[in-house]
Design a protein around this ligand. Structure first.
Ligand SMILES: Cc1ncc(COP(=O)(O)O)c(C=O)c1O
Length: 384
Protein backbone atom coordinates (compact mmCIF):
# COMPACT_ATOMS: atom_id res chain seq x y z
CA UNK A 1 0.00 0.00 0.00
CA UNK A 2 1.22 3.49 -0.83
CA UNK A 3 2.32 5.53 2.19
CA UNK A 4 2.90 8.97 0.79
CA UNK A 5 2.02 11.18 3.74
CA UNK A 6 4.86 11.68 6.20
CA UNK A 7 2.59 11.67 9.26
CA UNK A 8 3.32 8.51 11.25
CA UNK A 9 3.32 7.26 14.81
CA UNK A 10 6.60 5.51 15.38
CA UNK A 11 6.49 2.91 18.15
CA UNK A 12 9.72 1.79 19.80
CA UNK A 13 9.30 -1.85 20.79
CA UNK A 14 12.58 -1.76 22.73
CA UNK A 15 10.96 0.86 24.96
CA UNK A 16 7.98 -1.47 25.46
CA UNK A 17 10.34 -4.31 26.43
CA UNK A 18 12.20 -1.99 28.80
CA UNK A 19 8.92 -0.91 30.41
CA UNK A 20 7.78 -4.52 30.90
CA UNK A 21 11.06 -5.31 32.66
CA UNK A 22 10.78 -2.13 34.76
CA UNK A 23 7.23 -2.99 35.83
CA UNK A 24 7.28 -6.75 36.37
CA UNK A 25 7.40 -7.61 40.05
CA UNK A 26 9.77 -10.43 41.02
CA UNK A 27 7.03 -12.54 42.53
CA UNK A 28 4.06 -11.82 40.27
CA UNK A 29 3.31 -12.34 36.61
CA UNK A 30 2.56 -9.42 34.29
CA UNK A 31 -0.47 -9.03 32.03
CA UNK A 32 0.16 -6.60 29.17
CA UNK A 33 -3.05 -4.61 28.72
CA UNK A 34 -3.27 -4.02 24.97
CA UNK A 35 -6.91 -3.02 24.58
CA UNK A 36 -7.86 -0.13 22.25
CA UNK A 37 -5.19 -1.23 19.76
CA UNK A 38 -2.53 -1.16 22.44
CA UNK A 39 -3.59 2.31 23.65
CA UNK A 40 -3.16 3.47 20.05
CA UNK A 41 0.31 1.94 19.68
CA UNK A 42 -0.59 -1.25 17.76
CA UNK A 43 -1.89 -4.17 19.81
CA UNK A 44 -0.23 -7.08 18.05
CA UNK A 45 3.26 -5.65 17.90
CA UNK A 46 3.13 -4.34 21.47
CA UNK A 47 1.76 -7.67 22.71
CA UNK A 48 4.52 -9.59 20.97
CA UNK A 49 7.23 -7.30 22.39
CA UNK A 50 5.72 -7.48 25.88
CA UNK A 51 5.65 -11.29 25.76
CA UNK A 52 9.28 -11.32 24.59
CA UNK A 53 10.19 -9.25 27.65
CA UNK A 54 8.46 -11.48 30.18
CA UNK A 55 4.73 -10.72 30.13
CA UNK A 56 2.73 -13.94 30.34
CA UNK A 57 -0.85 -12.67 29.89
CA UNK A 58 -2.60 -10.23 27.55
CA UNK A 59 -5.63 -8.15 28.55
CA UNK A 60 -8.18 -6.68 26.15
CA UNK A 61 -11.59 -4.99 26.31
CA UNK A 62 -13.50 -6.99 23.72
CA UNK A 63 -13.77 -10.43 22.16
CA UNK A 64 -12.98 -8.84 18.79
CA UNK A 65 -9.68 -7.54 20.14
CA UNK A 66 -8.88 -10.93 21.64
CA UNK A 67 -9.62 -12.84 18.45
CA UNK A 68 -7.56 -10.40 16.38
CA UNK A 69 -4.56 -11.20 18.60
CA UNK A 70 -5.17 -14.92 18.10
CA UNK A 71 -5.41 -14.39 14.35
CA UNK A 72 -2.00 -12.72 14.49
CA UNK A 73 -0.65 -15.98 15.86
CA UNK A 74 -0.31 -15.03 19.55
CA UNK A 75 -0.81 -18.07 21.77
CA UNK A 76 -0.52 -16.47 25.24
CA UNK A 77 -3.55 -16.48 27.56
CA UNK A 78 -5.83 -13.52 26.82
CA UNK A 79 -8.31 -12.18 29.37
CA UNK A 80 -11.29 -10.10 28.25
CA UNK A 81 -11.65 -7.50 30.99
CA UNK A 82 -15.46 -7.39 30.95
CA UNK A 83 -18.04 -10.14 30.49
CA UNK A 84 -18.22 -11.40 26.92
CA UNK A 85 -20.85 -9.67 24.83
CA UNK A 86 -23.84 -11.91 24.43
CA UNK A 87 -23.58 -14.17 21.41
CA UNK A 88 -19.77 -14.09 21.29
CA UNK A 89 -19.24 -16.83 23.90
CA UNK A 90 -18.78 -19.81 21.55
CA UNK A 91 -16.35 -18.00 19.30
CA UNK A 92 -14.39 -16.72 22.30
CA UNK A 93 -14.15 -20.18 23.89
CA UNK A 94 -13.25 -21.83 20.59
CA UNK A 95 -10.46 -19.24 20.28
CA UNK A 96 -9.13 -20.14 23.72
CA UNK A 97 -9.98 -16.71 25.16
CA UNK A 98 -10.37 -16.44 28.94
CA UNK A 99 -13.67 -14.84 29.99
CA UNK A 100 -14.38 -12.56 32.93
CA UNK A 101 -17.62 -13.31 34.77
CA UNK A 102 -19.72 -11.35 37.26
CA UNK A 103 -23.45 -11.75 36.49
CA UNK A 104 -25.83 -14.70 36.59
CA UNK A 105 -26.86 -13.95 33.00
CA UNK A 106 -23.24 -13.91 31.87
CA UNK A 107 -22.68 -17.24 33.60
CA UNK A 108 -25.77 -18.80 32.00
CA UNK A 109 -24.70 -17.81 28.50
CA UNK A 110 -21.10 -18.87 29.01
CA UNK A 111 -22.09 -22.17 30.54
CA UNK A 112 -24.42 -22.96 27.67
CA UNK A 113 -21.62 -22.27 25.14
CA UNK A 114 -19.20 -24.36 27.23
CA UNK A 115 -21.60 -27.32 27.29
CA UNK A 116 -22.26 -27.18 23.58
CA UNK A 117 -18.51 -27.15 22.88
CA UNK A 118 -17.89 -29.76 25.60
CA UNK A 119 -15.30 -27.49 27.24
CA UNK A 120 -14.63 -26.49 30.84
CA UNK A 121 -13.26 -22.99 30.41
CA UNK A 122 -11.09 -21.31 33.01
CA UNK A 123 -12.90 -18.13 34.10
CA UNK A 124 -11.81 -15.06 36.07
CA UNK A 125 -14.50 -13.75 38.40
CA UNK A 126 -14.44 -10.03 38.94
CA UNK A 127 -15.59 -8.60 42.25
CA UNK A 128 -16.55 -4.96 42.55
CA UNK A 129 -14.71 -3.60 45.60
CA UNK A 130 -15.44 0.07 45.01
CA UNK A 131 -14.90 1.14 41.40
CA UNK A 132 -18.60 0.37 40.75
CA UNK A 133 -18.18 0.01 37.00
CA UNK A 134 -18.61 -3.73 36.39
CA UNK A 135 -18.20 -6.62 38.78
CA UNK A 136 -19.97 -8.82 41.30
CA UNK A 137 -21.47 -6.65 44.05
CA UNK A 138 -21.39 -6.86 46.96
CA UNK A 139 -18.17 -8.87 46.85
CA UNK A 140 -19.29 -11.12 49.71
CA UNK A 141 -21.49 -12.89 47.14
CA UNK A 142 -18.30 -14.41 45.72
CA UNK A 143 -18.64 -17.86 47.35
CA UNK A 144 -22.22 -18.33 46.16
CA UNK A 145 -21.37 -17.05 42.66
CA UNK A 146 -18.19 -19.08 42.18
CA UNK A 147 -19.89 -22.22 43.53
CA UNK A 148 -22.58 -21.70 40.87
CA UNK A 149 -19.95 -21.18 38.17
CA UNK A 150 -18.12 -24.37 39.07
CA UNK A 151 -21.42 -26.27 39.01
CA UNK A 152 -22.12 -24.80 35.57
CA UNK A 153 -19.05 -26.26 33.87
CA UNK A 154 -16.55 -23.45 34.53
CA UNK A 155 -13.14 -23.81 36.16
CA UNK A 156 -12.39 -21.12 38.74
CA UNK A 157 -9.05 -19.84 37.48
CA UNK A 158 -8.97 -16.20 38.60
CA UNK A 159 -10.39 -13.69 41.05
CA UNK A 160 -9.87 -10.03 40.35
CA UNK A 161 -10.88 -6.47 41.05
CA UNK A 162 -10.08 -3.02 39.71
CA UNK A 163 -8.83 -0.04 41.72
CA UNK A 164 -10.39 3.39 41.34
CA UNK A 165 -7.74 5.73 42.77
CA UNK A 166 -4.43 3.91 42.97
CA UNK A 167 -2.43 6.80 41.53
CA UNK A 168 -3.60 9.39 44.00
CA UNK A 169 -4.91 7.90 47.20
CA UNK A 170 -3.93 5.30 49.74
CA UNK A 171 -6.97 4.95 52.02
CA UNK A 172 -9.41 4.08 49.21
CA UNK A 173 -6.97 1.61 47.70
CA UNK A 174 -6.37 -0.07 51.05
CA UNK A 175 -10.12 -0.31 51.63
CA UNK A 176 -10.62 -1.91 48.21
CA UNK A 177 -7.78 -4.35 48.83
CA UNK A 178 -9.26 -5.30 52.23
CA UNK A 179 -12.58 -6.16 50.57
CA UNK A 180 -10.74 -8.11 47.90
CA UNK A 181 -8.76 -10.11 50.46
CA UNK A 182 -11.94 -10.84 52.37
CA UNK A 183 -13.56 -12.30 49.24
CA UNK A 184 -10.47 -14.30 48.53
CA UNK A 185 -10.31 -15.63 52.12
CA UNK A 186 -14.02 -16.56 52.09
CA UNK A 187 -13.48 -18.46 48.86
CA UNK A 188 -10.41 -20.24 50.23
CA UNK A 189 -12.39 -21.23 53.33
CA UNK A 190 -14.94 -22.79 50.98
CA UNK A 191 -12.19 -24.71 49.20
CA UNK A 192 -12.20 -22.40 46.18
CA UNK A 193 -8.68 -21.16 45.47
CA UNK A 194 -7.89 -19.71 42.04
CA UNK A 195 -4.47 -19.80 40.42
CA UNK A 196 -4.56 -16.05 39.85
CA UNK A 197 -5.67 -13.20 42.06
CA UNK A 198 -5.12 -9.77 40.53
CA UNK A 199 -5.92 -6.16 41.34
CA UNK A 200 -3.09 -3.84 40.29
CA UNK A 201 -3.09 -1.49 37.31
CA UNK A 202 0.09 0.46 36.45
CA UNK A 203 -0.26 2.95 39.29
CA UNK A 204 -0.85 0.24 41.89
CA UNK A 205 2.00 -1.85 40.53
CA UNK A 206 4.34 1.08 41.22
CA UNK A 207 2.77 2.51 44.35
CA UNK A 208 1.08 -0.37 46.18
CA UNK A 209 3.23 -3.53 46.23
CA UNK A 210 0.67 -5.18 48.52
CA UNK A 211 -1.70 -5.19 45.51
CA UNK A 212 0.51 -7.40 43.32
CA UNK A 213 -0.94 -10.78 44.35
CA UNK A 214 -0.23 -13.29 41.52
CA UNK A 215 -0.50 -11.00 38.49
CA UNK A 216 -0.37 -7.28 37.73
CA UNK A 217 -2.36 -5.77 34.84
CA UNK A 218 -0.16 -3.12 33.32
CA UNK A 219 -1.47 -0.80 30.62
CA UNK A 220 -0.27 2.78 30.42
CA UNK A 221 3.18 2.08 31.86
CA UNK A 222 3.89 -0.41 29.05
CA UNK A 223 3.76 2.56 26.74
CA UNK A 224 6.03 4.61 29.00
CA UNK A 225 3.36 7.10 29.99
CA UNK A 226 2.58 8.41 33.44
CA UNK A 227 -0.27 6.64 35.26
CA UNK A 228 -0.67 9.87 37.22
CA UNK A 229 1.06 11.67 40.03
CA UNK A 230 4.51 11.43 38.37
CA UNK A 231 4.67 7.66 39.04
CA UNK A 232 6.06 7.08 35.54
CA UNK A 233 9.29 8.89 36.46
CA UNK A 234 9.58 6.86 39.64
CA UNK A 235 9.48 3.63 37.62
CA UNK A 236 12.02 4.85 35.03
CA UNK A 237 9.68 4.33 32.09
CA UNK A 238 10.55 5.15 28.47
CA UNK A 239 7.83 6.63 26.21
CA UNK A 240 7.35 4.26 23.29
CA UNK A 241 5.55 6.52 20.86
CA UNK A 242 6.96 9.26 18.68
CA UNK A 243 4.42 11.05 16.50
CA UNK A 244 6.10 12.79 13.64
CA UNK A 245 5.36 14.45 10.34
CA UNK A 246 7.18 16.77 7.94
CA UNK A 247 6.72 20.32 6.68
CA UNK A 248 4.82 20.45 3.38
CA UNK A 249 4.96 24.20 2.67
CA UNK A 250 6.74 27.25 4.08
CA UNK A 251 5.69 30.90 3.72
CA UNK A 252 7.25 34.11 4.85
CA UNK A 253 4.32 36.30 5.89
CA UNK A 254 4.38 40.01 6.73
CA UNK A 255 3.40 41.68 10.02
CA UNK A 256 -0.35 41.97 10.45
CA UNK A 257 -1.32 38.88 8.45
CA UNK A 258 -3.52 36.37 10.23
CA UNK A 259 -3.59 32.61 9.63
CA UNK A 260 -5.95 29.62 9.50
CA UNK A 261 -9.72 29.42 10.07
CA UNK A 262 -11.14 32.34 11.97
CA UNK A 263 -7.90 34.31 11.60
CA UNK A 264 -7.36 33.81 15.31
CA UNK A 265 -3.58 34.05 15.13
CA UNK A 266 -2.24 37.39 13.90
CA UNK A 267 1.45 37.92 13.22
CA UNK A 268 3.06 40.68 15.23
CA UNK A 269 6.13 40.68 13.00
CA UNK A 270 7.34 39.17 9.76
CA UNK A 271 7.21 35.43 10.39
CA UNK A 272 7.99 32.12 8.72
CA UNK A 273 4.90 29.91 8.87
CA UNK A 274 5.13 26.18 8.13
CA UNK A 275 2.25 23.94 7.14
CA UNK A 276 2.21 20.35 8.43
CA UNK A 277 -0.06 17.54 7.20
CA UNK A 278 -1.82 16.60 10.41
CA UNK A 279 -5.12 17.73 11.87
CA UNK A 280 -7.96 16.84 14.13
CA UNK A 281 -9.03 14.00 11.81
CA UNK A 282 -5.74 12.37 12.81
CA UNK A 283 -6.35 12.97 16.51
CA UNK A 284 -4.27 16.15 16.71
CA UNK A 285 -7.07 17.86 18.55
CA UNK A 286 -8.51 21.27 17.74
CA UNK A 287 -8.10 22.22 21.39
CA UNK A 288 -4.36 22.40 20.69
CA UNK A 289 -4.90 25.45 18.42
CA UNK A 290 -2.36 28.19 19.28
CA UNK A 291 -1.55 26.34 22.54
CA UNK A 292 0.63 23.35 21.76
CA UNK A 293 4.27 23.29 20.70
CA UNK A 294 5.82 21.04 18.08
CA UNK A 295 9.52 20.43 17.52
CA UNK A 296 11.23 21.54 14.30
CA UNK A 297 15.00 21.72 13.90
CA UNK A 298 15.37 20.75 17.56
CA UNK A 299 13.39 23.79 18.76
CA UNK A 300 9.94 24.24 20.23
CA UNK A 301 7.59 26.04 17.86
CA UNK A 302 4.00 27.11 18.60
CA UNK A 303 0.97 25.93 16.63
CA UNK A 304 -0.27 29.04 14.80
CA UNK A 305 -4.04 29.41 14.97
CA UNK A 306 -6.75 26.85 14.42
CA UNK A 307 -5.87 23.20 13.90
CA UNK A 308 -7.88 22.14 10.84
CA UNK A 309 -9.11 18.70 9.82
CA UNK A 310 -6.01 17.65 7.88
CA UNK A 311 -3.45 20.41 8.29
CA UNK A 312 -1.96 22.66 10.93
CA UNK A 313 0.19 25.78 10.78
CA UNK A 314 3.28 26.41 12.88
CA UNK A 315 4.91 29.73 13.80
CA UNK A 316 8.60 29.25 13.02
CA UNK A 317 9.74 32.82 13.73
CA UNK A 318 12.88 33.44 11.69
CA UNK A 319 14.05 29.81 11.66
CA UNK A 320 15.37 28.51 8.35
CA UNK A 321 12.63 25.90 8.01
CA UNK A 322 12.16 24.07 4.72
CA UNK A 323 9.61 21.75 3.17
CA UNK A 324 10.55 18.20 4.15
CA UNK A 325 11.91 19.09 7.60
CA UNK A 326 10.88 16.65 10.31
CA UNK A 327 8.25 17.86 12.79
CA UNK A 328 7.66 16.06 16.08
CA UNK A 329 4.21 16.31 17.64
CA UNK A 330 4.90 13.87 20.49
CA UNK A 331 8.38 12.68 21.37
CA UNK A 332 11.98 13.83 21.27
CA UNK A 333 13.94 15.78 18.73
CA UNK A 334 17.46 16.78 19.70
CA UNK A 335 17.36 17.64 23.37
CA UNK A 336 13.75 18.79 23.32
CA UNK A 337 10.67 16.70 24.08
CA UNK A 338 6.91 17.12 23.79
CA UNK A 339 5.09 14.51 25.86
CA UNK A 340 1.59 13.10 25.53
CA UNK A 341 1.06 14.31 29.09
CA UNK A 342 1.97 17.86 28.05
CA UNK A 343 -0.71 17.78 25.31
CA UNK A 344 -3.11 16.20 27.80
CA UNK A 345 -2.65 19.10 30.22
CA UNK A 346 -3.51 21.60 27.47
CA UNK A 347 -6.60 19.56 26.62
CA UNK A 348 -7.60 19.06 30.27
CA UNK A 349 -7.42 15.29 29.86
CA UNK A 350 -4.96 12.45 30.48
CA UNK A 351 -2.15 11.01 28.36
CA UNK A 352 -4.23 7.85 27.88
CA UNK A 353 -6.81 9.79 25.85
CA UNK A 354 -4.18 11.57 23.76
CA UNK A 355 -2.50 8.37 22.55
CA UNK A 356 -5.75 6.41 22.18
CA UNK A 357 -7.02 9.31 20.09
CA UNK A 358 -4.35 9.07 17.40
CA UNK A 359 -6.53 8.06 14.50
CA UNK A 360 -6.42 5.11 12.10
CA UNK A 361 -5.29 7.41 9.28
CA UNK A 362 -1.90 7.65 10.99
CA UNK A 363 0.17 4.58 10.13
CA UNK A 364 2.00 2.95 13.03
CA UNK A 365 5.59 2.10 12.18
CA UNK A 366 7.67 -0.04 14.48
CA UNK A 367 11.29 0.25 15.47
CA UNK A 368 13.12 -2.28 17.59
CA UNK A 369 11.42 -5.31 16.09
CA UNK A 370 13.51 -8.35 16.97
CA UNK A 371 15.53 -9.92 14.15
CA UNK A 372 14.98 -6.88 11.98
CA UNK A 373 16.95 -3.81 11.03
CA UNK A 374 15.71 -0.63 12.74
CA UNK A 375 13.46 1.47 10.54
CA UNK A 376 15.04 4.79 9.50
CA UNK A 377 13.41 7.82 11.10
CA UNK A 378 15.14 10.87 9.64
CA UNK A 379 13.34 13.90 8.27
CA UNK A 380 9.88 12.47 8.12
CA UNK A 381 10.77 9.97 5.40
CA UNK A 382 8.17 7.29 5.97
CA UNK A 383 9.78 3.87 5.81
CA UNK A 384 8.76 1.66 2.94
C1 LIG B 1 -9.66 -3.68 34.19
C2 LIG B 1 -8.40 -2.98 33.84
N1 LIG B 1 -7.24 -3.44 34.30
C3 LIG B 1 -6.07 -2.84 34.03
C4 LIG B 1 -6.03 -1.70 33.25
C5 LIG B 1 -4.71 -1.04 33.00
O1 LIG B 1 -4.70 0.23 33.61
P1 LIG B 1 -3.45 1.19 33.42
O2 LIG B 1 -3.45 1.56 31.97
O3 LIG B 1 -3.74 2.35 34.29
O4 LIG B 1 -2.27 0.41 33.80
C6 LIG B 1 -7.22 -1.18 32.76
C7 LIG B 1 -7.20 0.03 31.96
O5 LIG B 1 -8.01 0.88 31.96
C8 LIG B 1 -8.43 -1.83 33.06
O6 LIG B 1 -9.61 -1.36 32.62
Amino acid sequence: MIRARPTVAEVDLDAVRHNVRAMKPDRAQLMAVVKADGYGHGATEVARAALEAGATWLGVATVEEALALRESGLRAPILVLSELSRGSESEALAGGITPTLYTEDGLRWLSSAARSLDLTPGVHVKVDTGMHRVGLFPPDRAVEFVTGAVAAQCAFEGLWTHLARAEEDTATTEAQLRRFRRSSDDLAAAGLTPSYRHAANSAATIRHPESHFDLVRVGIALYGLDPGGGLGDRAGLRPALRWRTAVTQVKRLPTGEAVSYGHRYRLERDTTVATIPVGYADGYRRGLSSRADVLIGGRRRRVAGTVTMDQTLVDCGDDPVQAGDEVVLIGRQGDQEVTADELARILATIGYEVVCGIGPRVPRVFVGEQDQEPTPTRNGGAPS
